[in-house]
Unconditional design. Structure first.
Ligand code: GMT
Length: 384
């Protein structure tokens, strides 16, 4: 079935984890012979890095009108889905992040059914679509309904599955399919010249990657770095951008450590930066999986994280890094110093991080999605 299977992937095209994961999945599927159609409002970030002959991108345009205080993206998306499905004869839709993708897919399906065409859809829950936004009473009824209408539901960690079952009345099985990493692109490379530029006196390099939303607790990153820097000469690389950036830059100036921090903004070649880093900081308030931590580990970077959400499913206490309670800056600083204080120790943590990341290599995880695709498409064909 896989040769020639045509899949529509709907995601956010941004640097956020759900969009990155969806794009990586699309690229991996296309390498395996699937025809992949991305349906979203912009070309997904990682898609622009290489050319894939059997990947198509369909832009969802949302025309404005003076009456629209809020242009109706969901309506435009459902219409785009209908057109792409019909014009390209898609077999399946795979939605990443429930809001508003799952309800738009439900709507598109109803429209198609009127003309005797059916299409199954799979919803992958990524994190805040459940843990923060989805739970909000403003959205909850639609989120619950559209998740339940999905032909299959996946969650990126056991923790997210449990959280979903706790927060919503779900009537179907939730399949756990963890995030994955492409080790061919994310591995340790020799970038010593680059390291020399950023840390000329051989300082340790700490790194944080996120979209700087409140949930990432980026201020904690700065506070941990402040404590580490007092003891060990070090530099901090801040990758990404978002609503908290100004606040965080102000804090760095206040603590007089701004000159040791490089705010690099949104970066596409993250693996090169990770390759020269010694420690990844992820003090999130909630994190359903932590794809950024997995990519760091694949590049040999140990992780200091919180023990929130699905993080304990990838970060191994005392082995690949350490996990602390949310907001416990002292504990996270102590652990960071422990890892960074000794070269041999750091090497052990780096080695363990790589070994752990290999368990989440894409070739172990992609077949889980493929199996689900086949089951869902078969079931839909039988019921037609
Ligand atoms: O839930 C989100 O915040 C959205 C999403 C994103 O687009 O940033 O991130 C989530 O999905 C990733 C991919 O599955 C996970 O690795 C992240 O842990 C998760 N983020 C949160 O739960 C905060």
């Amino acid at each position: 079935m896989k040769q020639g299977m045509k899949i529509g992937i709907v995601c956010y095209p941004t640097f956020g984890g759900s969009g990155v994961l969806a794009t990586e999945l699309g690229m991996a599927l296309s390498d395996k012979g699937y025809e992949v159609h991305f349906i979203t409002y912009e070309q997904p970030v990682r898609l622009s890095q290489s050319f894939h002959p059997n990947i198509y991108f369909h832009e969802v345009k949302v025309p404005t009108y003076p009456l629209f205080a809020f242009p109706p993206y969901e309506t435009a998306l459902a219409s785009a889905m209908v057109n792409v499905i019909l014009n390209n004869n898609l077999d399946l839709l795979h939605l990443h992040y429930a809001i508003p993708h799952a309800s738009a897919a439900f709507f598109a399906r109803q429209i198609l059914k009127k003309s005797g065409r059916d299409i199954p859809f799979i919803t992958t829950l990524h994190g805040t679509d459940i843990t923060l936004v989805g739970k909000d009473p403003t959205y909850a009824p639609v989120v619950t309904f559209s998740i339940n209408e999905s032909d299959a539901i996946t969650a990126v960690s056991e923790n997210l599955k449990e959280e979903t079952l706790r927060s919503f009345k779900i009537e179907k099985e939730i399949h756990v399919i963890p995030n994955f990493v492409d080790i061919k692109r994310f591995h340790q490379t020799d970038k010593d010249h680059f390291k020399q530029m950023l840390a000329p006196a051989g300082e340790r390099i700490l790194v944080h990657v996120s979209n700087f939303r409140a949930v990432k607790r980026v201020e904690d990153v700065i506070k941990i770095f402040y404590n580490v820097k007092k003891e060990i000469p070090s530099k901090l690389l801040m990758i990404g951008d978002g609503p908290e950036r100004q606040k965080v830059e102000d804090l760095a100036r206040e603590l007089d450590i701004y000159s040791d921090i490089r705010f690099l903004g949104k970066q596409e070649q993250i693996s090169e930066i990770l390759s020269i880093s010694d420690l990844f900081l992820l003090p999130s308030a909630t994190e359903s999986f932590g794809l950024s931590a997995l990519e760091a580990m694949a590049c040999g970077v140990p992780v200091i994280s919180t023990n929130a959400g699905g993080l304990p499913e990838i970060n191994q206490q005392g082995k690949t890094g350490f996990l602390s309670n949310v907001g416990d800056i002292e504990d996270m600083s102590r652990h960071a110093l422990h890892i960074l204080s000794d070269d041999d120790q750091l090497k052990l943590f780096k080695k363990a991080a790589i070994a752990q990341a290999k368990k989440f290599e894409k070739q172990h995880i992609i077949p889980m999605y493929e199996k689900l695709y086949s089951e869902v498409v078969m079931k839909c064909k039988v019921s037609e």
